[in-house]
Design a protein. Sequence first.
Length: 496
Amino acid sequence: MKKISFIIASSLVAVVCLSLGLLTSCSSKPSNATPVNVLPRIFPDYAGTTIPVDIAPLDFSAVGRDAESMYVVVKGSKRGKMEASGDYADFDVDGWHRLTEANKGGKLVFSVYIKRGGEWKQYRDFTVNVSSDPLGEWGLTYRLIPPGYEVYGKMGLYQRNLSNFDEQAILVNTAVPGACLNCHTSNQTSPEQFTFHIRGANGGTLISQHGRVEILKAKNDSLKGSMVYPYWHPSGQWVAYSTNQTHQSFHAVRSERIEVFDQASDVLIYHPATHQIVLNPAVMTKDHYENYPVFSPDGRTLYFVSSTAWDIPAHYKDIKYNICRVGFDPKTGHTVGKIDTIFNARLMGKSANHPRPSYDGRFLLFTLSDYGCFPIWHKEADQWLLDLRTMSARPLTEINSENTDSWHNWSRNSHWIVFTSRRINGYYTQLYLAHVDSRGRIDKPFLLPQRNPWLYYDRQLNSYNTPDFTLRPVRLNARKAADGIRSEQRVATEIK
């Protein structure tokens, strides 16, 4: 029977013990444990990570089916202590937050005891840093989707409170059969302005602004495709979209599975107040594919990626994107000046995608892979960071793995990132968070905390996709949104 206790050192010492929700006696530290000078093998591996004070408890399990029981003591470097015992380390949420708050800017020291074959062993302590930089966000939004895109099976948009383990659906496609809910984006993590694209028979682009929801017609006759990958202008008056003709194919080799590519793509600027689309020749060229537009935090620059156009799919491995930028006029929605290539991945024989500037304007995070614009299926995909002051870029070796590391976003205070990775098993993308300091140094990332993480991730049959931070919970009337998507009513757009 699992038992949890919490002890906080102060003028008054309170001891609370829970066992399946019932008051019971507290377990005690094993008295006959054999010390071993190695770190415990735990899942997730939280040793040496840096966390915000407002993150959910770092529950973990012992690796190996022979682990019979676990006892854990967590001591704050400043003050406070917690204990947990049972099948896995399961910490009380409120007690955990009292402990992290008391040790902001300090460390948590974990002492782990594991029982195997009837014998207890005490492992070497490990530490977790508690950052003085707050998370500053309520939680995350993301898609949960089966790890294959053959058909639009059950998938949906979800949100998660990062201070605990509460998750809820924003919209699931079982309410809109056959639809793919794609690439949701808020305005600098604020859900007051929120948009996502819907693929399928009921295609369209949903825009929610301060509670008012509109569904735009999926295509405009003057465009090459639908309004797909969005990014809000910080003023909220514009949204940059890519318009894509996206296709997928399947590899015949075991090491490669799915390939997603565009046979055409451009960047356009949408004005929600007038339903007008501003076309800019600079980012809509015939001999290039422009994709993944994003605005700078001051709203004066438009970043995007660009590749020379090739015959697709015959030359799909020749599609290699550079990161570019151009000036932007927030009054007119027009680009200003000439295109500037700020990271030439093509010279490296590589392809750069998913540019995301930090909200303080200092850095730009992107994904580098061998080719194409959809690196989430590329094992070689890694995270890179471009310093926008020095224009120097480097691979983020401190967070990259031997498997796919791709889609990412920044917290509003620019001190935390979230990204997807297949490092656990190569098949499913999971979410990792990491702390970023003012000089662009990134601490060891940690897996999104879950209650009973071994059981959760073992039974999770969906991949996490397109994560972003959210300042507050997304308020979307799912029934009305689904009714609107299923209906034939759409808001038409016009070319300005």
